[in-house]
Design a protein around this ligand. Structure first.
Ligand code: CP3
Length: 351
């Protein structure tokens, strides 16, 4: 009998997806946020001929760099190569990377918000959907593919600030001084995100991660008031049957109870909180992902191994743990240390 591609996928049980659903696995699955990127010489080789945006927009190349860390690290899941700001450009915002994202004309007025359009995903970001399709064929039976988007608040931060920021004064000023403006912007971004992630799921993404890198820069009450309702609306609007949703909020250790209310299947953790403490707060009906400090990868290997063991010990064999860094891998980390970390997770967690 010849199995169709879909039938074949159904027969493969991926540790990463099982852990997302809170099911036990033989060993702890592991991947790294920003696992494709500048710390890998093979990435730099591809990147030297194209800009970052060209790389994101060329499916064959985006697929190639997505595969690189799977081949090199032996990670248990792949994450689509793109950027959280890719779908914001076709909303009508001119985007450049230098190396961080820069918007030429940051959002400050109601007229600018009204002018933002919701992209037609098939027409405006076809390269993202095509990359996903290529990767599903390439990874058949090997690793599952994670799609992703920036959380509404984190995207709004870049759209309003125009680039990264130390104090995020502009977005916070809008939030506190012009709350209706802030709400109008967030509503638009939620709708874009919803359609964008659903299009990725249709194209073949087997899990999706929502990156809220800046969600931790407000107080817990303001997280509940200005961030949580929009993430809830987004997650509720996803066609998530069989597709686990991961929500990562950097700096959220003091408000994990609220983060859980967003309704994701997996909560991503940074390293500011112990995995044991986090799991006590979150309860056992949600899986966790994390949470090694990315700078530990500069340490000698015995220290890396000790830190991996410490985190596995904090998890104490509970199902529903995906090992990861607490934030993206840094560009100057020795690649062999990242590979050693993955090997440690597999060896030390093997039942
Ligand atoms: O994880 C992966 O391997 C998938 C690809 C991915 C990238 N960015 C590639 C990238 C993902 C998931 C992201 C998410 C992203 N992008 C976030 C959320 C996660 C996080 O790290 O906080 C944010 C805030 C962005 C915005 C962004 N893009 C910044 C701030 C920068 C520059 C920072 C830096 O590292 O210098 C980027 C550029 C970027 N995105 C690069 C890569 C590989 C470097 C581009 C290059 O090759 O020059």
């Amino acid at each position: 009998m010849i199995l169709s591609l879909e039938d074949h996928y159904m027969t493969v049980e991926y540790d990463f997806l099982k852990a997302c659903w809170g099911q036990p696995t033989e060993r702890t699955p592991v991947w790294l946020m920003r696992q494709a990127g500048r710390y890998l010489p093979q990435y730099m080789e591809v990147r030297k001929n194209v800009t970052f945006l060209e790389l994101c927009k060329t499916p064959e190349l985006a697929a190639e760099v997505t595969i690189q860390p799977i081949d090199y690290l032996g990670a248990d899941a792949a994450i689509l190569f793109s950027d959280i700001l890719t779908p914001v450009e076709p909303m009508g915002m001119e985007l450049d990377f230098n190396p961080g994202p820069v918007f030429a004309d940051p959002i400050r007025t109601k007229a600018q918000i009204d002018a933002l359009r919701i992209p037609e995903m098939e027409e405006d970001v076809p390269y993202v959907l095509e990359t996903i399709k290529i990767l599903r064929r390439e990874f058949e039976g090997r690793v599952p593919l994670i799609g992703f988007a920036g959380a509404p608040f984190t995207l709004a931060c870049y759209m309003v600030e125009g680039k990264g920021s130390k104090d995020f004064a502009q977005i916070k000023r809008m939030m506190y001084a012009e709350p209706e403006l802030f709400a109008a912007l967030m509503e638009k971004v939620v709708e874009m995100d919803r359609q964008y992630l659903n299009a990725q799921i249709v194209a073949g993404a087997q899990a999706v991660q929502i990156f809220d890198t800046w969600g931790g820069i407000v107080s817990p009450v303001d997280f509940e008031r200005f961030i949580l309702p929009y993430v809830q609306k987004l997650i509720n609007g996803l066609n998530r049957d069989g597709v686990p949703v991961i929500y990562f909020v950097k700096g959220s250790g003091a408000m994990l109870d609220l983060v859980k209310k967003a309704g994701s299947d997996v909560v991503g953790l940074d390293w500011y909180i112990g995995l044991n403490t986090a799991r006590e707060i979150l309860g056992d009906d949600v899986a966790v992902q994390g949470n090694l400090d990315p700078t530990v990868l500069y340490a000698p290997q015995p220290e890396i191994e000790a830190q991996v063991k410490r985190i596995l010990d904090e998890n104490a064999g509970r199902p529903g743990h995906i090992f990861n860094l607490g934030h993206g891998i840094l560009p100057t980390v020795p690649p062999e240390n990242a590979r050693f970390m993955v090997e440690c997770v597999h060896r030390l967690s093997q039942k």
